[in-house]
Design a protein around this ligand. Sequence first.
Ligand SMILES: [Zn+2]
Length: 117
Amino acid sequence: MKPCDKHFDALRRVLQVKNLWRLVGSLDAESTRRRARAWLAGEAGPGDVDPLIISILELNQKAVTFIGPRVNLPGTGGQPQCALCEAQAAFRNESIADAWIDNCTDAVLIFVKVNDL
Ligand SMILES: [Zn+2]
């Protein structure tokens, strides 16, 4: 699920600082779905590696692991919840989103460097 605007902007800024935004591809729905499926299936080639998609998938999975599957349920507006907002609420900790974003993007950065991307 795409994070809320506040957390999407925070994630974008961190990816830019870590020089990973240069690998972010088109954000159109079909392209995004294709690259997400490739990543989740373990079939992502060099052209499919998208730090934004990988980070969002990993952050969402982290939230499901720590909070439970309710993270994927629609909120009051019918839209999926922001996993990072849910994590902050569950842990009553406003800094957890920044910490998770930093951790997940560090892992992506290592993956990118190891694979010479
Ligand atoms: Zn949020």
